[in-house]
Every structure is written in C-alpha cells, then in structure tokens.
Design a protein around this ligand. Structure first.
Ligand SMILES: [Zn+2]
Length: 257
C-alpha cells in the first residue's frame, strides 16, 4: 500500500531524496542522510559514473562509516536497479537506459498515467488539482535550485506521485514506484535543465485536473510523456534509438494530434 515518507526537511547542504514518496519534494541535510541516500545521490548526479565498479572498502572510507551500512545500502540500490552484482567481479553501477529500455519505460507510463489522471479528474473528493498547481508554483519560484538538476527530478517525482496518491489504488501506486522511472530517466541528460518545458506541460495537466476535465487531463499527460521521452532520448547511452519512438507514436498508445 502507498507509504508516505516522514523525512524532515532540514537546513544546510541539501540532498534531495529522489524517489521519496511524500506529496512534496523532500530534502535532507548531508549529515542526516543515510549511506543509501548519499550513494544514491552520487550515482544520480553521475559523481559515480554508469558502469563503474564500486569498492565497499573505498565507499566506507569516503563516507566515514563501517562496511556493514555500505553493504546494506548497496543491497537497497540493487533493488532500485542502480547497482548490479556481477559475480565474481563485484558490484557495479548499472549502465544508462538504452533506446529500447527508454521506449519500454514510456510505454508503461502511457498505459498508467493518462488513466490515473483521468480518474482523479472525475472524483471531486480526491481531486489533487490545487495541490498539483501549488507544487508547480513552488518549483517555478525556487530561488536558484532549479538549475541544480536534482530539483527538477524531485519536482517531477512529487508531481506524478500526487496523482497516484489521489487515485488511492495501492497496486497501481506500487507498480509505478517499482518502475523507478525517475531514478533512471534523470541519469540521462534531461535537455530541460531549468524545467521550462516541464513546468508548461505540468501546468496543462494540473489545470485540466483542477477544472475536472478528464479527457483534457489524459491528453495533456500523454503529451507530457511523449515530450519527455524526446527530451530524455538526447541522453541515451546508445545512439540511434530515437527512430524507434515512431513505433510508439503510431501504435495503440497513440500520440495526441
Ligand atoms: Zn512530469
């Protein structure tokens, strides 16, 4: 069932907890962040590059902790598909998505998210439109953090999570979380570093939800997923995947005209 993060916000050096499941983007001070969160942040920011061998001993020294919490952190990161054990060769960060994986991820999102957003637009009791608009305003008016990449990812996690939270279907919400979509997408070059396009597309979705227009909300969500797919494709690990997206556009999931 959906779980809510209770991580407190703290001042000082901020490490956004990408993948946190609260209604707003969460941050935490470096001192309070667990080894799991700190290593995850290093992988997502490419401070540890994709397809790189990790040494437990080195990580323990770098983070100033013993090996046990590092081992526990790596187990969780394996669940996130950010690291992989290659026996007998040790633990490696996973490579970036390739074109085919990006397309598959977006196909699943196209199956889930337009439906989810239309459901919450038809149920006035759970309509999250106001909350979604408030999250967009929060992000749009960040003093300078928007350009730090992570802020965009944290905003995107918070925004999409609000929709699944409002649907209230625990199976669907878990399925979305298990995609770890944001963890993988935001390791690619997002091609929208200041979030301008994301804000525009999110606003179209949130306004349609707020005025309880399920068709417009679903179309705006489809548009956002296709546009995001194009943006993230510029960061693909293998060139040439881009042409495959045409298959999605002309298929049953159809691109809005
Ligand atoms: Zn989004």
């Amino acid at each position: 069932m959906p779980r809510r993060s209770s991580d407190a916000e703290a001042q000082g050096h901020q490490i956004p907890l990408i993948g946190a499941t609260s209604g707003t983007a969460n941050t935490q001070s470096a001192e309070e962040a667990t080894p799991y969160e700190r290593i995850k942040a290093m992988i997502l920011s490419n401070a540890i590059p994709p397809d790189t061998k990790l040494t437990i001993d080195q990580l323990a020294r770098d983070l100033g902790v013993s090996q046990t919490p590092i081992r526990e952190a790596l187990q969780r990161l394996e669940g996130d598909r950010l690291v992989v054990s290659k026996k007998p060769r040790g633990i490696w960060t996973t490579p970036l998505l390739d074109g085919r994986e990006l397309m598959h991820l977006m196909e699943v999102r196209l199956l889930m998210e337009p439906w989810a957003v239309s459901v919450v637009s038809t149920d006035r009791a759970v309509n999250p439109g106001r909350k979604m608009l408030a999250e967009i305003e929060r992000f749009a008016h960040l003093p300078n953090g928007r350009h730090e990449g992570y802020e965009l990812a944290s905003h995107d996690v918070a925004f999409h999570d609000m929709i699944f939270d409002a649907v209230g279907n625990g199976f669907l919400h878990d399925a979305f979380r298990h995609l770890h979509a944001h963890l993988h997408l935001f390791r690619l070059y997002p091609a929208d570093l200041d979030g301008t396009h994301t804000i525009e597309e999110h606003r179209a979705i949130a306004e349609a939800v707020h005025r309880a227009d399920p068709e417009a909300a679903a179309e705006a969500m489809r548009h956002h997923i296709f546009e995001a797919m194009d943006r993230f494709s510029s960061g693909l690990s293998t060139p040439g995947g881009h042409g495959r997206f045409h298959d999605v556009r002309t298929g049953v999931l159809r691109h809005p005209e």
